[in-house]
Design a protein around this ligand. Structure first.
Ligand code: RB5
Length: 153
């Protein structure tokens, strides 16, 4: 897969190991920055990564900030993106299998690099289960997304 990756200064300590494990797993990485430890604003990284996923330039995204929360909130403002904070391996694969999660968010102030690597592996190895009950729930989420978009038009 092609994976878009982005972080702010809070997620910066995780970015290199995340890119390394993605490459080891055989994925192509699109690096949206940041490119150093200086303080930056997480939406400036979350939105471009989310847009890359939404328009198909990337299959999935991985975002890192201090807690994962800001990145998740910002990424979910882009229609077609289903982002969540995951700090455990179960959520990282179940989110894809049941909920169609396409952007993983992690906090560099919450977890260390070894756990981050395992979470990334769980996320990229997972695929949507395709079961009807999961499709039905996702369809309800997408229906709400469509209602919001039609109000904006
Ligand atoms: C930056 O200080 C911090 O607020 C940011 O990285 C993130 O944790 C927001 O959710």
């Amino acid at each position: 897969m092609r994976i878009a990756v982005g972080c702010d200064h809070g997620g910066w300590p995780l970015k290199a190991v995340v890119i390394q494990v993605l490459q080891e797993e055989g994925h192509e990485v699109l690096d949206f920055g940041t490119h150093g430890p200086e303080r930056v604003d997480y939406p400036d990284y979350a939105i471009p990564v989310a847009q890359a996923v939404a328009d198909g330039r990337a299959d999935r995204g991985i975002l890192m900030c201090g807690s994962g929360v800001g990145m998740s909130i910002a990424a979910n403002k882009v229609p077609g993106v289903y982002a969540s904070v995951c700090h455990d391996t179960y959520s990282a694969h179940q989110g894809v299998e049941h909920d169609g999660m396409n952007v993983l968010c992690m906090g560099g102030r919450i977890i260390g690099p070894e756990l981050a690597k395992e979470i990334v592996r769980a996320f990229v190895r997972a695929t949507f289960s395709g079961k009807d009950r999961y499709r039905q729930r996702i369809a309800k989420v997408k229906a709400q997304e469509a209602r919001c978009q039609s109000r904006e038009a």
